[in-house]
Design a protein around this ligand. Structure first.
Ligand code: 8NA
Ligand code: MG
Ligand code: MG
Ligand code: MG
Length: 349
């Protein structure tokens, strides 16, 4: 069904945007939201869904700025042109430097601009004493690649690696982007009108990451397969019955930080957990439930909200994203159009 698939492409782009815009006001360091703040979040989402609510448009942050640049480049070049992507990242940063970029990544942008993009490999490699960044900045912007490579998983892996390494070369930063893209890819290929098998969703990701991390052994990491392990934790948490796991337990085991390893598996968990009701979150809408839950975990709320939104939007499609809520997000029309254009390029009709 091509109209459903188109809606899923839009949903992923819009989901990434809405999670970022709605999540960024709650960015609070490393604590999950207090009961009082969770109520504020509930009421604010209720208002944003209402038709008459006049609120200032919520601004997006670095997550959406970089997602936008990447999508624009893929749409205009119709293939991956890494230098073009790097130029767009840098141009967009220097036009609007106050979008909340990671503390280290700015150095990469300065170096790229400084030598006029003659060398786009070295600046990222030099980050953090030549270790490279393991931040979630590669994963947070990767949705357009998952859409662009809808029909070719091997191409997805290759494309994710190349676009991530513009800023993030640490294996854990790159593999976090691969995992986020793989989760979106799986969501896109599933039918939202059938019940989601949450266990097999995780098992499929474990199998993919096992392969990827096995191929990269020997890089000298203390733990050679960290994502495979964290996905095992996701599977255990999602299998708990009753009210599901306590928020404190989720945070202790999965995390909510700017590290890719402690945020990408968390976003996947939020999407899967929201298949069922969650206490303290009043909504019938599973897309809203996923991002509201992600934001309630605190920490890097814009990014975990955005990554959760990109996965959930790719699964449910645009229909499940409240249109009033979207009106309150900066540039939502542009993100919808980019979803359409990626669909037209990626899906052979
Ligand atoms: P980055 O590459 O600067 O990484 C983010 C941070 O992770 C760095 O500033 C370091 O503190 C740490 N880090 C990464 N790699 C290493 C390493 N090898 N050794 C030691 N420390 C390391 O930027 P990014 O693009 O990955 O960051 C993305 C995040 O920053 C997103 O959440 C984005 O929204 C932004 N951001 C985060 C917060 C927050 O803390 N909640 C606030 C504003 C902006
Ligand atoms: Mg951000
Ligand atoms: Mg970086
Ligand atoms: Mg963030």
């Amino acid at each position: 069904d091509l109209s459903l698939l188109r809606s899923k492409f839009r949903g992923s782009m819009l989901g990434a945007l809405i999670g970022d815009c709605l999540g960024s006001p709650y960015d609070n360091g490393y604590n999950y939201l207090s009961n009082g703040m969770k109520l504020v979040l509930q009421k604010s989402f209720d208002k944003l869904e209402g038709p008459m609510f006049k609120a200032p448009v919520m601004q997006f942050t670095d997550d959406s700025a970089m997602t936008y640049s990447l999508a624009k480049s893929l749409v205009e070049q119709k293939e991956l042109e890494v230098v073009d992507v790097a130029k767009r990242f840098v141009k967009s940063y220097f036009l609007e430097p106050n979008r909340g970029y990671g503390a280290g990544v700015v150095t990469v942008f300065q170096k790229l601009r400084g030598d006029k993009f003659a060398d786009i490999v070295t600046p990222a490699k030099q980050q953090f004493n030549n270790q490279g960044s393991w931040g979630n900045g590669g994963a947070m912007r990767v949705a357009p690649v998952a859409l662009f490579c809808y029909e070719n998983y091997d191409n997805l892996l290759d494309t994710v690696r190349k676009v991530t390494q513009i800023t993030h070369t640490h294996k854990v930063g790159v593999d976090g982007a691969i995992l986020q893209a793989a989760a979106i890819y799986q969501s896109l290929h599933l039918n939202p009108n059938e019940t989601l098998n949450v266990i097999s969703f995780v098992d499929d990701l474990i199998q993919k990451m096992d392969q990827i991390e096995k191929d990269e052994e020997g890089l000298g990491l203390a733990e050679p397969q960290p994502y495979k392990i964290q996905l095992g934790v996701v599977k255990a948490l999602i299998s708990e019955d009753g009210d599901g796991p306590d928020v404190k337990d989720v945070l202790k085991k999965l995390g909510n930080s700017v590290a890719a390893l402690y945020s990408v598996p968390t976003a996947i968990f939020c999407f899967l957990r929201a298949q069922k009701p969650i206490s303290g979150i009043q909504t019938e809408n599973p897309f809203r439930r996923a991002i509201q839950y992600a934001i309630s975990l605190g920490g890097d709320t814009d990014t975990i909200g955005s990554m959760t939104g990109a996965i959930a939007g790719a699964y449910y499609g645009e229909e499940k994203i409240n249109s009033n809520m979207l009106q309150h997000c900066e540039s939502s029309e542009e993100f919808r159009v980019l979803g359409d254009k990626l669909f037209e390029i990626a899906v052979k009709q």
